[in-house]
Design a protein around this ligand. Sequence first.
Ligand code: ZN
Length: 443
Amino acid sequence: MASVFIKSPLAILAENAGGGIVVREGRILECVAAGKRPAAAIDEIFDASRHVMLPGLVNTHHHFYQTLTRAHPAAINKDLFHWLRALYPVWQRLTPEAHRLATRLALVELMMSGVTTTSDHHYLFPAGLGDAMDVQVEEARALGIRLTVTRGSMNLSEKDGGLPPDSVVQDEDTILADCERVLGRYHQRGEGAMVQVALAPCSPFSVTRSLMCACGEMAEKHDCRLHTHLGETEDENAYCMANFGMRPLDYLEETGWLSHRTWLAHGIHFSDEEIARMGRHGLGVCHCPASNMVLASGQCRTRDLEAAGVAVGLGVDGSASSDSSNLIENVRHALMINRLTYEASISHLDALRWATKGSARCLGRDDIGEIALGKQADLAFYTLDELRFSGVGDPIAGLVLSGAHRADRVMIGGRWTVIDGMPVGIDVAALRAAHGAAAKTFL
Ligand code: ZN
């Protein structure tokens, strides 16, 4: 495999790599200091002098299927529980074809924003959607993007005191059998994995205690991660107190989930003691700033979580709540909302760290999320050519503060997947038309 020298970036978020990096066999072979030449023999040169280079962004929470119900008239201007109740009857109409298009569109959208690894939390299994995980893996492989597919689940419907309707839940045996199947078929361990599997009961208010416990045990057995929504709203705290007689984090502990395997979506409403406990057990939290603002859920205590030892990552969350699948935009949202809590002590570098190294930690990976020797060659390249960037002094701060929204190039495992702002091998106009037509059936 050829050695490629990515030469003379306009700016690069890395230590001692001002002269560029050398990529070979999908990994970073060498970081070249400013003014130096590579030591390795070079086969090809890519001139990055127009580009600001970041580690490929890592998205740690999404619901791809929700791209079909963005800005849905039944759900706009509502808080989480009312928003969910408005959308569950709409989502139960999800078909295999629509699920495939939603997955493809979300993956392409993420990649065009600079994402090289994403997870998806798919918990909706109406009749006929038994191979939902397989579809997602197929689509990610076709695009060449890394995916942590999370086998989500709901088994507590309205008749049993849960939030979702009966038509979108499955029974525990069916769920656990499919979790085993998906883990056995797709879960790759170790450096450079393209597909990993995590287990992801949807939330305390949509699954049974028994299913939470069983997923915790299965994750130990298969050495995989655990994911769920937790601490998103005060309504959830009230639900857990009423139904379990304890707060959400105590419930998590009781069901065997206080573990380094666990990363939580949102993680907003925790006490100081709970944050300290999460740190001691090595949990991760995916901060979802746009979703938290749209649903008025609250402000994640990112700095307190990190100080306690919790890994903090970044996620776009489902497109029905944050209305786009754009992680570099969410870096800017993260900076803005955290300034309200922590004032100027939060910088663009904090927000970028959450979207890269912090997110990689949430997914249990140390081979991605950084531009450094031996890491995977997952890279996002942005230009400052648009009017919005004219006058920018610090190129990396400018990306965040002036609102970058689209990568010019993306490389994943040494392979170009976005060139000149467009995904390789994808007809974007045709995808837009097909997805838009499918989405009309949900109105
Ligand atoms: Zn979510």
